[in-house]
Design a protein around this ligand. Structure first.
Ligand code: PEP
Length: 246
């Protein structure tokens, strides 16, 4: 089993003063039993990198453009994230897919750009509530996985996060049985496509992970960590999840 990864997605939250939360996580976990990444808004990446310098905590972006540079007002390239100090980037988050119309093809182009820039892509897949109710969960996540990932992925450049859209920010995570079912399918699909290279690709669960449910989620087969939204904003909440991972 790969070393667990706990990644925090700050979304559009975080000002200069909030860097103290990240520093507090680092100070409380000088030798963690899992990998840790914090993904602040793009405005904070450079300062977050400086804040966490010398610690084992990585820094990630929350999106990047597929192009390296050019006339794309408001966008940020993978190389810019890397230049600012990031080592990871979340791609295909459901909030990007729904609010910005990102397709699997778009996400795949971004993953290729991330890889070219030396970033590890945390690629999100997950069904909506309507898709689950229609019995389409496996079909949807399998398609997103197949079409959002380029050929040649491995554990160094790719992490996959299963994030059921209906569980994100809801306060209630998916059931352990539902997580186990989807993660087994994703693991099987990765192995079928990438063979031995897939072994190191970590499968995170995301969607209302909290200190209270983290240990149970981490104990599920094929769960290699978590992508954490709301609970990653405070050092105490995120720290408790980190402790549960190791
Ligand atoms: C997320 O947005 O990636 C997420 C998992 O959010 P939350 O933990 O708040 O459900």
């Amino acid at each position: 089993m790969p070393r667990p990864l706990v990644a925090g997605n700050w979304k559009m939250n975080g000002l200069n003063r909030d860097l103290t939360e990240a520093r507090a996580v680092a100070d409380a976990h000088p030798a963690p039993n899992c990998d840790i990444v914090i993904c602040p808004p793009a405005t904070l990446i450079s300062r977050m990198s400086a804040t966490l310098e010398g610690t084992s905590i990585g820094v990630g972006g929350q999106d990047c453009h597929h192009a390296g540079s050019g006339a794309h007002t408001g966008d940020v390239s993978a190389e810019m994230l890397r230049d600012a100090g990031a080592d990871h980037v979340i791609l295909g988050h459901s909030e990007r897919r729904s609010a910005h119309g990102e397709t699997d093809d778009d996400v795949r182009g971004k993953v290729e750009a991330a890889r070219a820039a030396g970033l590890t892509a945390i690629v999100c897949v997950g069904e909506t509530g309507a898709e689950r109710e229609a019995g389409r969960t496996i079909e949807v996540v399998a398609r997103q996985l197949a079409e959002s990932l380029p050929d040649g992925c491995d554990g160094l450049d790719t992490v996959v996060a299963y994030e059921p859209v209906w569980a994100i920010g809801s306060g209630g995570a998916a059931s352990e049985a539902d997580i186990a079912e989807v993660h087994a399918v994703l693991r099987g699909a990765l192995t079928e496509r990438y063979g031995a290279d897939a072994e190191g690709v970590r499968l995170l669960y995301g969607g209302s992970v909290k200190p209270e449910n983290a240990a149970g989620i981490f104990a599920i087969e094929h769960v290699d960590g978590a992508l954490v939204g709301g609970a990653s904003l405070s050092a105490s909440g995120f720290g408790a999840i980190i402790s549960a991972a190791g």
